[in-house]
Design a protein around this ligand. Structure first.
Ligand SMILES: Cc1cc2nc3c(=O)[nH]c(=O)nc-3n(C[C@H](O)[C@H](O)[C@H](O)COP(=O)(O)OP(=O)(O)OC[C@H]3O[C@@H](n4cnc5c(N)ncnc54)[C@H](O)[C@@H]3O)c2cc1C
Length: 413
């Protein structure tokens, strides 16, 4: 599928390719790998220098079983990444201070692990190697980095993308020519904005504080999601006996947390968590992320697919964001792969429309689940606490409800 662009070239266009991806973070990187494996010529424009994308910071990401298997089919799970990832054997969801607990085990779901908690930085390193130095017989991806997307123009045959290759916009702009452009440039997506797509934005007035810690008692592969009146607290199992903490609090409370020293954080988390793992020590430096829900009005436009945080930046409460992105990548590559063998145009409008319609139900369910959890568990009303506890017990006791929860946990749309 390496047909050449038959249209007139944009004056000054350096060269042409099949797909230009703007944004080389988690989503742009994984998509580049998936497309390159399918034989597409791919170029990635990333404004940051190697290994410094905000995607590949110190965070750990919980990837559901289905997403992990998909990443494996792309050849991403090599030995170092597998060794750095902790399997989730059980998920426990509870409402702090009220009865009610939902428990899902890998054994009852018939799998080895419900998912894996993976350090983002290791994924970045894996992508770095694989995209530029793939095994023999597989095509490499061309990087423009540091290079910043400036603008794009579309016509019937393709898209011309203007970039500044010093990352600052100061150098002479360069034009790239492709059949399809993908915006994987994050929640504030300059590409989405230039394409004129509107966004729906809901500010949660919540901030996630992220750190790792050593629990006093072994985590035994259990992932805890604890709903407190301030916001959800996730305690995820990590390798080396550590846990990853994702502690969501209202803005003013998060400011107070940011001022705490290590001992203060350890005590505050232990109290919020109800002393379940016997306390925490060795707290890492903290990072904070203001939270909002950002969804693009459309996932596609002329010669453009909007993907990852650019399409839907979600609250991290149920660890659904990157998992949803992996399903986007799987479906997009399937749609582009259809009719393989024919001289197909990856940016053809009917192909993009098919992708958009394929994704709608999953978007509705996943965004609805995440937003509903945030809002339902953030309200601090006395009766509501008992109702939430009862709901969690109900999930645990009613097989069809529980099965749906298990499927969502395992990343099966
Ligand atoms: C605290 C927290 C915890 C989370 N935990 C989980 C979890 O456990 N499980 C899960 O499934 N999801 C989780 N998520 C969601 C997950 O992190 C996102 O889905 C994922 O980061 C989306 O990646 P992305 O590549 O789309 O966007 P980004 O990570 O924002 O990357 C965008 C990239 O585009 C580049 N870029 C931007 N503008 C330009 C430009 N003009 N030119 C060139 N390049 C540009 C940036 O430099 C960056 O590299 C979590 C999110 C948060 C905030």
């Amino acid at each position: 599928m390496t047909q050449s662009t038959q249209s007139q070239q944009t004056p000054g266009a350096d060269h042409d390719t099949d797909v230009v991806i703007v944004g080389g973070g988690m989503v742009g990187g994984v998509l580049a790998r998936a497309l390159a494996l399918d034989g597409w010529r791919v170029e990635v424009v990333e404004q940051r220098a190697p290994q410094s994308s905000s995607s590949f910071d110190r965070r750990l990401t919980a990837v559901a079983d289905a997403g992990w298997q998909y990443m494996d089919t792309l050849g991403l799970i090599d030995q170092p990444l597998a060794a750095a990832a902790q399997g989730i054997r059980e998920v426990r969801v509870f409402d702090r201070g009220h009865f009610g607990l939902t428990r899902i085990t890998a054994r009852s779901a018939g799998v080895e692990a419900l998912g894996y908690v993976m350090p983002n930085r290791e994924l970045g390193e894996r992508l770095e190697t694989l995209l530029q130095h793939p095994p023999a017989g597989q095509a490499a991806v061309r990087y423009h980095r540091p290079a910043r997307y400036l603008s794009h123009e579309t016509d019937d045959a393709g898209v011309s993308v203007q970039i500044a290759s010093d990352g600052q916009g100061g150098a002479q702009p360069t034009w790239l020519r492709a059949r399809l452009m993908v915006a994987a440039d994050g929640a504030e997506s300059p590409v989405r904005e230039q394409a004129g797509l509107s966004v729906h934005r809901r500010e949660y007035d919540q901030v996630a504080t992220v750190a790792t810690a050593m629990p006093a008692r072994p985590h035994r592969g259990v992932a805890f999601e604890c709903f407190t009146t301030g916001g959800p607290l996730a305690v995820l199992p990590a390798t080396g006996g550590r846990v990853s903490l994702v502690w969501v609090a209202r803005g003013d409370e998060a400011e107070r947390i940011a001022r705490l020293d290590d001992t203060g954080v350890a005590q505050a988390v232990d109290t919020a968590f109800g002393h379940r793992l016997g306390g925490f020590s060795a707290i890492s430096p903290r990072a904070q992320y203001p939270l909002s829900l950002v969804t693009a009005s459309e996932a596609v436009a002329d010669r453009l697919v909007v993907l990852g945080n650019a399409a839907h930046a979600l609250h991290p409460v149920a660890g659904q964001g990157f998992n949803l992105c992996l399903r986007d990548i799987r479906d997009l590559t399937r749609v582009l792969r259809a009719d393989r063998g024919a001289r197909i145009d990856p940016g053809a409008p009917e192909r993009l429309a098919r992708y958009q319609s394929l994704r709608q139900a999953d978007y509705r369910r996943t965004i609805g689940l995440t937003d509903g959890l945030v809002r339902g568990f953030s309200l601090d009303l006395p009766l509501l606490g008992h109702l939430r506890g009862a709901t969690l017990s109900l999930f645990d006791g009613v097989a069809p409800l529980k099965n749906r929860l298990v499927r969502a946990t395992r990343g099966i749309a």
